[in-house]
Design a binder for this molecule. Structure first.
Ligand code: HDE
Length: 696
């Protein structure tokens, strides 16, 4: 084993006194009222005598409590729970041939941005790890105005037409008469709606896959979902789909793990993002595009205006053109993350919409919803929403919370005020200003769904059959879990009928898991096609195995071998991982030889579910003292059950035995070398899964 010195007390990571706080400014800051009046006493209300009634004239008390009473604003009606960070986009490959947007043509230019990740169904105070889609909203502060690319971590959506969105959200959120479940799709109204909306079947495959239980916001892909257009300086249009690809790879949790994390740390993803950035481990994504001409789009066997369909990247490769880096945490959660307003209508010249009916509805909704959420038509003046890379001026005036002080009389145009030597205000720019693609159309008004949208099962089948067997088992098991929570048997049966159109074996596996007879298949409007598999849709095996950005928990005890702990720390950190020391008591342990080792976490509050891999480095006595400790047994049992790499000192073996850990490639004795543990820690032990859990 490589000789290495016993570990110093672990460097406190951020959030544990790790930052070097700036000393307070010398001049004492006086507390004042909101109107600047300095206050002499912020501890006591004004009374008639020490024990007398509080006086109405106490403006300090009234202002402070009144402000407090009105601090909450309406949460987002969807995507209420989110976490955000600042960063930048750097273009590395110009799209000048396709777009005149400066952000897509000026290679090497860094554009500031603000990104908010979110769940969909839960409220602002719900948990980070439910099974759910994740929002992936990016506000680029470009020099031609803000560009809000408001995507998700799944490339398709449940519905094809925006008019169904309120129904979808009403169905997935807590049920109207009982106010539960919170942040969960496993309930009657959601599956009742989904079973009656076959167009949702492809998205359901994604929502039941491991994509919906991401390990970290830093380890998930992002997609623009809708089809947009790029317009070059000749106003020639090219269809475009946008992609974000994480440098850390895509990684998910196991479903049992996600459930337990929700209890152990409801803020798991928020903390993960904040701590990584605070520690200088800046998450990064490659930003890419799929580009299609009108002819190429027409040649596809599906309609790219249909948001329930994706374009397999084996068909149209992704061209990576830049990178997104998140390198600064918000200073204030409410001011920035809560007040951020994303609008898909925010597009720089050179980017344009398509006729995708889902996108068309979104173009109204985001602008509209900010009014009720932020309470003023001037929400664009809130710092996080302000255009930064460019001046913005127009002749719109007044409105609540107007913070701009316009000079002169020009609040209309045309005007000739400049002939009187006054400032006539801004004017349109026919060349540089935003132009819309001149789409030829001679249509009659109809309320119809395009026939080209009618195939609801071929892409669902493509996704399912493109998965590895491991991932297919997770999809089937998730469907069994969710439909088992449905109390209406006709809803379960309707879903089974639909699943038969996706894949007969999938439907059979789910029926068996529900102990139901398989019903006849529902009638598909368009017979499902077998498309060529798209391995790019998998997670397992798509990215290199790595400890980069991951965290390893080392459970230690008094008398443990400090050299061995040091060797594990050195190996993990050398591999790009982060170490957290877990001990029975937060004060840490006394190692063999008397050296002290501080802990980052106390055992009961640091279960193995919050780590990517674990090591148990215990002394003989220390192990004996933990043999009857549920938290210690659970630490080992859950790490093993969640398919994690598990290293152990020889003295820790009795605890593993009692926890039911059986030796396999991912259970590595730390008695001479660390390499086997490191290899196991970089991934999940998929071969172990059938031994630890029954899958559908
Ligand atoms: Fe949204 N969506 N959405 N959505 N959406 C909102 O706007 C809407 C859809 C997405 O972090 C709301 O500011 C409609 C698809 C994200 O602040 C609202 C339809 C995609 C966020 C709204 C959709 C998204 C939102 C609520 C169907 C992926 C969070 C709060 C046509 C491309 C943004 C808000 C943030 C938020 C409307 C479907 C992504 C209600 C009408 C598809 C990431 O306006």
């Amino acid at each position: 084993m490589s000789k290495s010195k016993s570990p110093e007390a672990p460097r406190p990571t951020s959030g544990q006194g790790g930052e070097t706080h700036q000393t307070a400014s010398a001049a004492e800051q006086r507390i004042t009222t909101n109107h600047g009046v300095p206050l002499s006493d912020n501890q006591n209300s004004l009374k008639a005598g020490e024990r007398g009634p509080t006086l109405l004239e106490d403006f300090a008390l009234r202002e402070k409590i009144q402000h407090f009473d009105h601090e909450r604003i309406p949460e987002r009606i969807v995507h209420a729970r989110g976490s955000a960070a600042h960063g930048y986009f750097e273009l590395t490959d110009s799209l000048a041939e396709f777009s005149r947007a400066k952000i897509l043509t000026e290679v090497g230019v860094k554009t500031e941005l603000f990104t908010r990740f979110s769940t969909v169904a839960g409220g602002a105070g719900s948990v980070d790890t439910p099974r759910d889609v994740r929002g992936f909203a990016v506000k680029f502060y470009t020099k031609e105005g803000n560009w809000d690319l408001v995507g998700n971590n799944i490339p398709v959506f449940f519905i094809q037409d925006a008019i169904k969105f309120p129904d979808l959200i009403h169905a997935v959120k807590m049920e109207a008469d009982r106010g539960y479940p919170q942040a969960a799709s496993a309930h009657d109204t959601f599956w009742d709606f989904i079973g009656l909306m076959p167009e949702a079947t492809h998205m359901i495959m994604w929502a039941m896959s491991d994509r919906a239980i991401p390990r970290s916001f830093r380890m998930m892909e992002g997609f623009g979902v809708n089809t947009f257009r790029l317009l070059n300086d000749k106003d020639e249009a090219t269809f475009v789909k946008f992609h974000w690809r994480p440098k850390l790879g895509t990684q998910s949790t196991c479903w049992d793990e996600a459930i337990k994390i929700a209890g152990a740390d409801p803020d798991y993803h928020r903390r993960d993002l904040h701590e990584a950035i605070a520690a200088g481990q800046f998450p990064e994504w490659e930003f890419g595009v799929q580009l299609l001409s009108q002819n190429e789009a027409d040649a596809l066997p599906f309609d790219i205006l249909d948001a329930t369909k994706l374009i397999p990247e084996e068909l149209v490769p992704i061209r990576f053109i830049g990178r997104v880096v998140l390198n600064r945490n918000p200073d204030n959660f409410f001011a920035e993350t809560e007040q951020a307003a994303f609008l898909p209508t925010n597009m720089p010249p050179g980017v344009d919409v398509s006729e995708d009916p889902l996108l068309q509805g979104r173009l109204f909704s985001y602008q509209d919803t900010q009014l009720s959420r932020l309470g003023t038509v001037n929400f664009h003046q809130i710092p996080v929403n302000k255009a930064k890379g460019c001046p913005f001026q127009n002749l719109q005036r007044d409105g609540q919370m107007q913070t701009q002080v316009f000079k002169g009389r020009a609040n209309y145009e045309p005007n000739s005020l400049n002939e009187a030597g006054e400032d006539g205000g801004p004017r349109e720019d026919p060349n540089g200003g935003f132009r819309t693609f001149a789409l030829p159309m001679e249509q009659t008004k109809v309320r119809l769904r395009s026939k080209s949208f009618a195939d609801h099962y071929s892409h669902a089948r493509l996704f399912f059959r493109s998965q590895t067997e491991i991932e297919q088992a997770h999809i089937a098991s998730a469907l069994v879990f969710e439909l088992s929570k449905v109390s209406l048997e006709h809803v379960r049966l309707r879903m089974l009928s639909n699943l038969r159109n996706v894949d007969e074996t999938l439907a059979a596996r789910v029926a068996t898991g529900l102990n139901l007879e398989l019903p006849t298949a529902s009638v598909a409007a368009v017979a499902p096609q077998n498309m060529k598999a798209s391995p790019a849709l998998r997670i397992v095996g798509k990215y290199p195995e790595t400890l980069q950005g991951r965290t390893v928990g080392i459970l230690v005890s008094d008398g443990a071998d400090g050299d061995l702990i040091g060797a594990v720390m050195k190996a993990v950190e050398g591999d790009g991982g982060t170490i957290k020391i877990v001990a029975p008591r937060i004060g840490g342990v006394t190692l063999k030889g008397g050296k002290k080792l501080k802990a980052n976490g106390q055992l009961a509050g640091s279960p193995s579910v919050i780590f990517d891999a674990v090591a148990l480095v215990l002394s003989k006595e220390g192990c004996a003292a933990l043999l009857n400790d549920g938290a210690a047994l659970g630490f080992a049992m859950d790490a093993f059950g969640h398919l994690k790499g598990l290293g152990f000192s020889p003295e820790a073996k009795p605890l593993l035995d009692k926890a039911g850990v059986v030796p396999d490639e991912g259970v590595a004795p730390l008695n001479g070398e660390i390499a086997a543990f490191l290899k196991a820690a970089r991934t999940r032990q998929w071969a172990r899964e059938p031994k630890v859990r029954s899958l559908a």
